[in-house]
Design a protein around this ligand. Sequence first.
Ligand SMILES: [Zn+2]
Length: 138
Amino acid sequence: MRNFLDRLGYKLSELMYGRYGVDAFTSFLVVVALVAMFVEILVPSGFLSLASLALLVYAFWRTCSKNASGRAAENRRYEELVRKTKAQVNLMYKRWKNRKTTVYFKCKGCGQVLSVPKGKGTLRVVCPKCRTEVRKKS
Ligand SMILES: [Zn+2]
């Protein structure tokens, strides 16, 4: 039995040699597919089971792909999207937490979110990113 498992492991590693493997984007696709399957069980529609099957096939195809640079580029785009989304959620949380003490606004030059304390009159603000000067009533 042990010999059989050793040979199976060897054959599997031989099969996956040169293939891309699992990354964060593939894991995300599998999780979304599992959630869709679970929702399909609760609210049967037929569409979600097809969508989850398609996601699983796509995840499997990515794992077995030999185009590692293409898959890595997809994974980088996915991770960049996750990073931007997390940054936006953190900013929303910070704005909500400090809403009584701080005024948030966007720089007219570059779109960077800036903040000034509330109740300090009109302040001169210089954007740290693009050096645009703004007068802001706080
Ligand atoms: Zn700026």
